[in-house]
Design a protein around this ligand. Structure first.
Ligand SMILES: N[C@@H](CCC(=O)N[C@@H](CS)C(=O)NCC(=O)O)C(=O)O
Length: 267
């Protein structure tokens, strides 16, 4: 009944997998090989014209965009609820989700792409690489991926990405002074949509980015301890994959630290 087109390292797909697990829903997995650009295959574009994961298929109909999929699942299977009751808290929840989609997600891509996707692309000829990247349907994403492929961590997007991460962390530290979870005392879609972006930080060994934000560190530990997270995110990172990612992330830390120095500490 429920099918998900997904990739283990995609934070957007991780969000949706956490929601499915929180609600105890059964689903069928379709792995989309992003390194091989299966997301740009004409059959996949029929389902998701933006050429990205995740895509949920329910009763034969495709639902795209991770935050929309999360809300769709919440609407269809309201229990256990992942939306606070108070309308103001719901507005706050949606604001966090929007910030994640518009800002944190491209920032995560800017840090992850040079380390994970770029090496494979650089093995292809210039013409082959260009032809693949030219197929990306949306111009801003296409241009960003071209910059990140050409310049790696030296791309201008990387400085902004580090700042977006740091600003988000400081805002979360403040929000968590007010309640146990990001928008309320109950766990919500805001927490689910943020947590995978901390998985990325952790997997590359960059957790010092929030070392002076104890509430954020504690929040992420609480997210990770949930069965939903274990089952739908942690399970996809066996020891050899974790070791490889840590190795890939190590050389980038000093560059990130350099960008962080220009940023304020929490109040
Ligand atoms: N706004 C989309 C973003 C989806 C997205 O960027 N997915 C990435 C993986 S996290 C992807 O499929 N990238 C493939 C590519 O850009 O080639 C959503 O939230 O679903």
């Amino acid at each position: 009944m429920l099918e998900l087109y997904t990739h283990p390292m995609s934070p957007c797909a991780q969000k949706v997998r956490i929601v499915l697990a929180e609600k105890g829903l059964r689903w069928t997995k379709h792995h989309v090989d992003l390194a091989q650009k299966e997301n740009l295959h004409p059959d996949y574009l029929q389902l998701n014209p933006l050429g990205v994961v995740p895509t949920l298929v329910h009763e034969g109909k495709a639902v795209i965009e991770s935050s929309i999929i999360c809300e769709y699942l919440e609407d269809r299977w309201p229990g256990p609820s992942l939306r606070p009751e108070d309308p103001y808290a719901i507005a706050q929840m949606r604001f966090w989700m929007k910030q994640v989609d518009n800002k944190l997600h491209p920032s995560c891509g800017a840090l992850q792409w040079p380390l994970v996707m770029r090496p494979g692309l650089m093995k292809k000829s210039q013409t082959e690489r260009q032809a693949l990247l030219d197929q990306i349907p949306e111009k801003p994403r296409r241009e960003r991926q071209k910059r990140l492929t050409e310049f790696g961590l030296e791309a201008p997007d990387v400085v902004d990405a580090v700042h977006v991460y740091r600003k988000t962390i400081l805002e979360m530290e403040n929000a968590l002074k007010e309640h146990h979870w990001v928008v309320a005392d109950s766990f919500s879609l805001a927490d689910i949509c943020l947590a995978p972006y901390f998985q990325t930080i952790m997997q590359f060994g960059w957790t010092d980015i929030y070392e002076d934000c104890p509430r954020v560190a504690d929040w992420f530990e609480r997210c990770r301890k949930r069965a939903s997270y274990e089952q739908s995110v942690a399970a996809d990172f066996p020891a050899d994959v974790r070791a490889d990612l840590l190795e890939k992330g190590k050389p980038a830390w000093s560059l990130i630290q350099g960008h962080l120095e220009k940023f304020p500490s929490p109040m």
